[in-house]
Design a protein around this ligand. Structure first.
Ligand SMILES: [Zn+2]
Length: 373
C-alpha cells in the first residue's frame, strides 16, 4: 500500500495514504461549512474554520490512537506490526502474520473500538467542564464533536462485517466454535459484504430524502466496506496458504542472464525469442546490475535496436526488486504487486541465484487453497 511515511511510534512506521489529503480537506470543509455553523450559528465564520481544521486534525489523531491500540495489543501478543497506513476513517495495520488463535484475534480486534470509546468518554467529560464557561464555546463545540466522532468510530468499527473490528470479533467467535479459520473468515467476509450493501442503500435513501452530504458519506463507506470484505478474505486465505513458504522453494534455478553490452536486436533474437521468458537479470562481472524486460524493449524504436544496448535500456536494480532466498513468498508477491514486475530475481550476496514469477506463487496458492478446508 502506497503512502507517505510520517514517523515511528513503538517501532511501528506510521504512514498516510495519499487519499487522506483530499479527505482531510473534505472533512475540514464539511465541518466548517455545515456541521459547526448548524450547531453553533452564533460563532463567526472564521471560528467555524478554526473548529473545522482542528476537528479534522483531532479526528486524525483519534483514528491514530485507535490503530495504535490494535498494534500495541498485537505486539504484546507476539505479533510484529510493521506499518500502520491511515485512511480517512480508519487504518490498516500491517501485521507480519495473522493471529494464530481466536483469543489473540479477539483481543487485538476489540482494543481499537475500546480505545475509541474511552476517548469519546474523555472528550465528553472535558466538554462538560468547558461548557461551564460560555467564552470557551469554541472548545466545547470541538470537544462535543470529538466525543461524537469517537463514539461513531467505535460503533462503526463494531459492525459485524469483516474486515471491520466487529467482523474480526465475529470471525474469532466462529473460529473458536468451528475450529476452521477458513469457514469463519468466509462467514465474517460475507457478513461484511451484506453490511456494505446495506450501508450503500441507506446512503441512497438519505440522498433521496435530500441529505446529500450524509448520504454521500454512507455510500462511500459502504463501497469501501464491500471491497474490503472481498479483498480481506482473499488476503487472509493467501497469507494462510503461503505462511512459512520460502522464496527459495518456489524459485527457478539456473538463471539465464544477459550482459549490459548486448545489443537489443541480439537480445530479442537470442533471448526473448529463444528462451521465451519476458524478464532477464542483467549481470556485470558477477553482480546483478539491472533487469531487462519485454516492456522496456518495446519502448525502444525498432530502428534503434542495432545501436542501443541492454545497459542503456534496462531497469537499474533497486533494493526493493531483489528477493532474499530465505524471504517469505507472501512478501515476494507483495513486492511484485508494488513494483508492477511479475518476475523478480532472487539475489544472494549480489549474485542472481534464481528467478521467481507471480505465476509460481499463484499456482502454489491455488493448489493449497483447493486442498484447505
Ligand atoms: Zn479498529
Amino acid at each position: 500500500m502506497r503512502g507517505l511515511k510520517l514517523f515511528r511510534i513503538l517501532g511501528i512506521q506510521i504512514s498516510l495514504n495519499y487519499t487522506w489529503f483530499i479527505v482531510f480537506g473534505l472533512i475540514a470543509w464539511s465541518l466548517a461549512s455545515s456541521y459547526f455553523p448548524f450547531h453553533y450559528p452564533e460563532l463567526s465564520r472564521s471560528a467555524h474554520w478554526v473548529m473545522g481544521f482542528l476537528g479534522a486534525v483531532f479526528l486524525f489523531l483519534s483514528v491514530l490512537a485507535h490503530e495504535i491500540t490494535h498494534s500495541y495489543i498485537a505486539k504484546k501478543e507476539g505479533i510484529e506490526v510493521r506499518e500502520i497506513t491511515l485512511f480517512f476513517f480508519g487504518g490498516v495495520s500491517q501485521l507480519t502474520k495473522e493471529p494464530e488463535d481466536p483469543i489473540k484475534e479477539l483481543k487485538v480486534a476489540i482494543g481499537g473500538p475500546l480505545s475509541s470509546l474511552i476517548l469519546a468518554f474523555l472528550f465528553w467529560i472535558v466538554s462538560k467542564f468547558t461548557s461551564q464557561a460560555p467564552y470557551l464555546i469554541l472548545f466545547t463545540g470541538l470537544l462535543s464533536y470529538l466525543a461524537f466522532i469517537n463514539l461513531s468510530l467505535a460503533i462503526f468499527n463494531l459492525i459485524p462485517g469483516f474486515p471491520l473490528d466487529g467482523g474480526r470479533v465475529l470471525r474469532a467467535l466462529y473460529w473458536k466454535k468451528t475450529g476452521s479459520l477458513r469457514k469463519a473468515t468466509q462467514i465474517a467476509a460475507n457478513s461484511g459484504k451484506w453490511v456494505g450493501v446495506g450501508i450503500i442503500l441507506l446512503g441512497l435513501w438519505f440522498i433521496l430524502r435530500g441529505n446529500l452530504i450524509g448520504g454521500f458519506w454512507f455510500v462511500i463507506i459502504g463501497i469501501f466496506l464491500r471491497s474490503g470484505a472481498e479483498g480481506g478474505f482473499q488476503q487472509v486465505m493467501m497469507k494462510g496458504a503461503l505462511e512459512g513458504v520460502k522464496v527459495k522453494e518456489l524459485m527457478s534455478q539456473g538463471v539465464i542472464s544477459v550482459p549490459p553490452s548486448l545489443f537489443i536486436d541480439r537480445l530479442v533474437e537470442d533471448f526473448f525469442l529463444t528462451h521465451k521468458h519476458i524478464t532477464y537479470p542483467v549481470i556485470q562481472g558477477e553482480k546483478i546490475v539491472g533487469l531487462i524486460t519485454l516492456k522496456r524493449v518495446k519502448e525502444v524504436p525498432r530502428d534503434q535496436w542495432r545501436s542501443k544496448t541492454v545497459g542503456e535500456v534496462m531497469l537499474p536494480i533497486q533494493e526493493e526488486m531483489m528477493l532474499d532466498p530465505e524471504g517469505e513468498a507472501v512478501e515476494a508477491l507483495q513486492r511484485m504487486i508494488r513494483s508492477g514486475e511479475g518476475r523478480l530475481p532472487v539475489v544472494k550476496d549480489g549474485k542472481a541465484v534464481g528467478m521467481i514469477t507471480r505465476k509460481d506463487i499463484l499456482n502454489l496458492l491455488e493448489i493449497k487453497t483447493d486442498l484447505m478446508e
